[in-house]
Design a protein around this ligand. Structure first.
Ligand code: TEU
Ligand code: CA
Length: 564
């Protein structure tokens, strides 16, 4: 049985949101050949794996997370020959590919759903259909089977008049939840992972995979939106284990996206002894700026809560033999420097961008870099709702107004919370469309691409990009980062997050690290300074720190790593 730290401790994953990465043919949409063209850039950064978001046949209602056929490629993204070329060229550079499997639901355009709509009982049993009351009609369908809400707003049930049935969709109405209790569905999905495994991929990311097992008995949720009934559901571990065993995935790099999950469940999902996945994404640390847990109610980030969440996940997962995927952002999240830092001056922006990188790359687990994060890309600050593309943002712009917000208030909230914040095109250079496309980009590009871009940063040793490259190479040469235990410290300020990594008998490099991160724009006391003088500064985003009456004081947005 392999220890996760041995398997994954020195690895770094880079996430590509294909639609926004690089457009090779001028249609304004990123594509597979666009990725191939940029492999040398990724090699230069030093990453090991690329997680590529879905490029399968899809009507693109949710930008590819609505899959119509798991085995064919959506023409706007390329062809199978393009994919094989990408796999070959990545492999030649020692980079592995991880594909994104959206198995909780399919698009309603999928042939399975279309056959279900035609009344075929075999395919009706592929989804979560529930009979409507006799006499229900399109005009008056009556009450849905439960009061559960879709994560994109509105009921989680859609009525189909021709069948007089409802079907479950935890996301958009065009994303119908599969019925994993049906062994035929599970077999189909095993065939899909085998299909891609045989084409030479190194691993997989499984979309919202902790939502696949729904309860037998469907009931109203009088406390919430229904998630407590299907999150980490009754058979989820059994189904994942079966997928991994039958698909031949044990030993590959596999990461599950776990919505509203628990440490206890994530230990089971990721510890080697359970033969499920190799790592998990959890999101609790990204809710510390939700007011009362509501994504659509703004609050300033609560750094004390952030610290406590990271501490319990880092220490709890380690104690149980689990393994965390480490991340601040992805295609569903705002940019972390805009969100947890300050991008209003150049110095604050640079420090904030490097601060979030430092903490992510020094924790125990596998760091993920979301495209553009290594450049310090920021939220775009769109000025009008017309600039937004995401189905969730557009739905909530309406819902917030239905709840009584003015259009201006709704826009301000969307501006902070929209998934489009992370979906603007990769900033390759200073030219008109940032080197992303020669055509018209499908979504707007932040004006700061004139200075925040790969071309300028790759050649500048002081850039955010160069700092990220150093973080990656530090992990590769430092066993205590790869495998050391982790222990959070009580910092002297609630704006400072501090933790320690230790590895007795480290075969090379330091045996102990102390990581100190000031998540504020003012000076903050970090920890007692005795002993620090004997350590050396392994990496820091600024030298702006000093000793004051036995205390180490960090300047604004400073991150520093001491080593012994
Ligand atoms: O996201 C799952 C998910 O629940 C969230 O990240 C979601 O976007 C957010 O909580 C809504 O407030 C995954 C994919 O990453 C996302 O892009 C897809 O839209 C979603 O699944 C459905 O496939
Ligand atoms: Ca294209």
């Amino acid at each position: 049985m392999q220890d996760r730290a041995e398997q994954l401790g020195d690895k770094v994953v880079y996430q590509i949101y294909i639609r926004s990465f690089n457009d090779s043919n001028g249609d304004g949409i990123g594509d597979i050949r666009g990725i191939t063209q940029r492999l040398d850039y990724l090699k230069g950064l030093g990453v090991d794996y690329l997680w590529i978001t879905p490029f399968f046949s899809s009507p693109q209602v949710d930008n590819g997370y609505d899959v119509a056929d798991y085995r064919t490629i959506e023409p706007m993204y390329g062809t199978m020959a393009d994919f094989d070329e990408l796999a070959r060229e990545a492999g030649a550079r020692g980079i592995g590919l991880m594909l994104d499997m959206v198995f909780n639901h399919t698009s309603t355009s999928h042939a399975w759903f279309q056959r279900a709509l035609a009344g075929d009982p075999k395919y009706l049993a592929y989804y979560k259909f529930v009979d409507a009351a006799p006499g229900a009609s399109a005009k008056d369908p009556g009450e849905p089977p439960t009061n559960w809400l879709s994560k994109f707003g509105g009921s989680a049930w859609e009525y189909v008049p021709s069948l007089n049935k409802w079907y479950l969709h935890l996301f958009d109405t065009s994303q119908a939840d599969l019925n994993w209790d049906n062994p035929e569905v599970r077999r189909e999905l095993v065939d899909v992972v085998r299909f891609w495994k045989d084409r030479g991929v190194s691993g997989f990311r499984f979309d919202v995979v902790n939502l696949i097992s729904k309860p037998d008995h469907l009931e109203d949720d009088d406390e919430g939106d229904g998630r407590r009934f299907y999150t980490d559901g009754p058979h989820v571990h059994e189904y994942i284990r079966e997928l991994v065993r039958e698909g031949g995935l044990d030993g590959m790099v596999t990461v599950g996206e776990m919505s509203s999950t628990s440490i206890e469940n994530c230990i089971r999902y990721s510890a080697p002894r359970y033969h499920e996945l190799s790592q998990t994404f959890s999101f609790h640390h990204l809710k510390v700026d939700y007011r009362d847990g509501d994504k659509w109610a703004l609050a300033e980030p609560n750094i004390a809560a952030l610290r406590d969440t990271l501490a319990s996940w880092q220490e709890g997962m380690t104690a149980g033999g689990g393994w965390n995927a480490l991340f601040w952002s992805n295609h569903d999240q705002p940019r972390p420097n805009s969100r947890f830092g300050d991008c209003s001056s150049e110095e604050a922006w640079r420090r904030s961008s490097e601060l979030v990188g430092t903490i992510n790359h020094l924790m125990r687990g596998t760091p993920y870099i979301y495209q553009g994060e290594e450049l310090g890309m920021t939220d775009p600050g769109f000025a009008s709702i017309d600039e937004y593309r995401d189905v969730e943002s557009l739905n909530y712009y309406q819902i917030l107004q239905d709840e009584g917000k003015t259009p201006g208030e709704a826009l301000r909230i969307i501006g902070r919370r929209s998934r489009d914040n992370g979906r603007t095109p990769m900033q390759w250079d200073e030219s008109k469309h940032a080197g992303f496309t020669t055509g018209t980009p499908w979504i707007g590009i932040p004006s700061n691409h004139t200075t925040v871009n790969a071309k300028a940063e790759v050649r500048d040793p002081e850039s955010v990009w160069s700092y990220y490259r150093r973080l990656i190479s530090l992990r590769k040469e430092t066993p205590v980062i790869q495998r050391g235990s982790v222990h959070f410290l009580d910092a002297l300020s609630d704006k400072v997050i501090a933790f320690e990594r230790t590895l007795d008998d480290a075969p090379s490099g330091p045996a102990r690290l102390v990581v100190l991160c000031n998540f504020s724009g003012t000076r903050q006391p970090a920890i007692a300074s005795d002993g620090l003088a004997e350590g050396s500064l392994l990496i820091a985003n600024a030298r702006d720190m000093h000793e004051e009456e036995g205390t180490l004081v960090l300047g604004p947005w400073v991150a520093a790593v001491f080593a012994w």
